[in-house]
Design a protein around this ligand. Sequence first.
Ligand code: 4AD
Length: 439
Amino acid sequence: MHDTAAIMRASEVKNASFIGKEVTIRGWVHRLRKQKENSFILLRDDRGGVIQCVLPTDKAAGLTIESSVQVTGIVSQDPRAPEGGFEIKGKELKIFNIAAEYPIGEYQSDELLLDKRHLALRTRKMIAMAKVRASVLHYGRRWFVENGWMEVTAPTIVKGAVEGGSTLFKLRYFDQDAYLSQSAQLYLEAMIFSLGPVWSLTPSFRAEKSRTVRHLAEFSHLEAEAPWVTLEDILKVEEQLVSYVIQNTIKERAEELEFLKRDVSGLKKVEPPFERVPYGRAIEILRSKGFQVTEDDGTKREIQFGDDLSIDSERELTKDADKPVFVVGYPIAVKPFYVKEDPEHPGIGLTADMLAPRGFGEITSGGQREDSIDSITSRMVKEGLKPEAYEWYLDLRRYGSVPHGGFGLGIERLVRWITNAEDIKDTVLFPRTMSRVEP
Ligand code: 4AD
């Protein structure tokens, strides 16, 4: 380690009590303007904060964008100084590395920024995104800790599908086939018998063959599962968790959200309860608006009971909402084998998706699990799964099965909504999509 005792950061230095004092700050040349006598460096510290440093041009002559430096100088206030009106009149400059010609300029194509993501992480936008994301993860964890849920982790190399075979990534695992996990759910279900309410944050993988602004091939999946809960209990957990995360994040990251030009007035209204719209009612609303679905062969027809909800229909249902909406009770035919059928409404599942407002679409999915071994086995067969491959999971129905349920929340979907990001790729530092597995 270099001597860090006396090193300060931009956010500390930008304070009236430092005016006239000598400080040392260390970081990277974020922007650079060289004039005849003086050079103006916008220095970015290792927390993403920036402050202008003014140095005699003969001292700063060799500097380039992203060179790493340490500046010692006197803090002064100058209304012309960008980013808060403070600057450092540099006396000493120590250079750690003169950066080669930097491939990222001020205006770059999205593709180039993705190709150079390891460098694009230094942009103000990505720094702000990363900080919002960190808060979402922090407050998500904190909600569970405060509410007595135990954190667990589950394997990500697995033998079976949870969310349908079409999005499975297959891999060779020593001398057998295995898959990358789509969801920790089945493992969490095993844990509730001895650990009670549990939650996990693990990567989930989906071989999504479509390019959309809300799908990643690898995403951060926050999942929870608890014994003896009803669908309504689960929905209460979801709305409390999401409200808590949002209110704390917009408070902690007000500056970053402002930088991202996110108007948070709608987000401030997010508090329980969220509206519950029965699936049948959602279909009625969409039909009353003449909403159409496109068949696989391209023909269009009016949406009808039994159809899954597409992103367009989700957008239609939430376009005027400020708070998320739960669509409750999807037909079990459009949901996976583990969804419990509502004993009072055959064909309907005790399940709900939370749709973020204003068209951001589904951010959680959850509900009660089928707890009868006969029903779940026949549902597996109907879905084309081999029950033999799920023997350990079926044991959970053989030995002391209880009503239980849980949900999964896509962290990137939530961050996308909070930040108003156009594309989900912006919410993750190194995105994985159909066409991108590097850097
Ligand atoms: O709706 P999904 O597929 O549900 C499950 O995986 C359940 N087994 C979860 C559970 O009950 N434990 O996924 C849950 C959430 C979605 O609502 C969405 O937010 C996110 O995970 N998600 C994705 N996020 C980004 N890219 C993808 N390809 C995603 N697929 C799902």
